[in-house]
Ligand binder design. Structure first.
Ligand SMILES: [Zn+2]
Length: 260
């Protein structure tokens, strides 16, 4: 967690702007004392003392913290962004980054590996009840870059969910308030042509055509998009197809027309 409560004045403070001498600091969720981690390499943060019984901040990686603080630091410079807050607690959900963009309430949620599709669905439903538009983002990393270069990927469950929810795109945080949208297009495989003679001596052949892969998709990207400027709120009705189930939700979706 990037924010803690300073016990002396009950203020929510950033780890990066806090000092150990001004502690103790408390977890904003469970009010247990947390440790201020101010190393030279890792992003400054707070951590529960073991044994950890609170889920706040659980499963966060350095990449995840880097994404949250990167988005926060970029949005704080945008004149059309107000009420900006990191790790804003709404009770049933804690938004990684919350703000008003042109007075539209937006929660930015960074996907993490320990979040199941059920968790994502539940959190999205909670935001809809709160009247907040949610923007789920994955992390742009070497694996995503390689998939783009190879023009082939096998989307994970959360990526399939986001693709279905966000009208055929998944967003990956790149830097600042910039995300890269990716569309998963059908992936064609060429079935090699083969020829042979059967036991009766008749000539047979097969293959020599293209078919769509069930497993793979072709990632199709476009330019980087600014969260502060390139998105709009959209209400989506509940939708089910195959194993993917999207609840009634309020989403924050880019304004581009289809680029694929
Ligand atoms: Zn806690």
């Amino acid at each position: 967690m990037l924010c803690g409560i300073r016990a002396s004045d009950n203020y929510k403070v950033l780890a990066s702007s806090s000092e150990k001498v001004h502690g103790p600091y408390l977890c904003p969720k469970c009010r247990q004392e947390v440790v201020l981690k101010k190393g030279k390499i890792k992003i400054h943060h707070f951590a529960h003392k073991p044994p950890v019984t609170c889920s706040h901040g659980q499963g966060e990686t350095e990449a995840h913290r880097n994404c949250k603080i990167g988005i926060y630091n970029a949005l704080i410079t945008k004149p059309n962004v107000t009420a900006l807050e990191l790790e804003k607690d709404f009770g049933p959900v804690v938004a990684d980054v919350y703000c008003l963009i042109n007075n539209v309430p937006v929660a930015i949620e960074v996907q993490r590996s320990n979040l199941s599709v059920n968790n994502i669905t539940q959190r999205t439903e909670e935001y809809a009840k709160l009247g907040i538009n949610v923007l789920w983002v994955g992390l742009y990393n070497e694996a995503v870059q390689k998939q783009i270069e190879d023009r082939r990927c096998s989307p994970k469950a959360w990526e399939k969910w986001c693709h279905a929810a966000y009208f055929g795109r998944v967003y990956y945080w790149y830097q600042g308030d910039l995300v890269l949208p990716i569309h998963f297009a059908a992936h064609k495989l060429y079935v090699e042509e083969t020829e042979w003679y059967d036991s009766s001596g008749n000539h047979q052949s097969a293959g020599g055509y293209e078919r769509f892969s069930k497993r793979y998709k072709t990632p199709v990207t476009t330019s980087l998009l600014s969260i502060a400027h390139a998105f709009q709120p959209r209400v989506k009705q509940a939708w089910h197809q195959g194993t993917v189930s999207i609840p009634n939700c309020r989403l924050y979706v880019d304004r581009l027309s289809k680029w694929w």
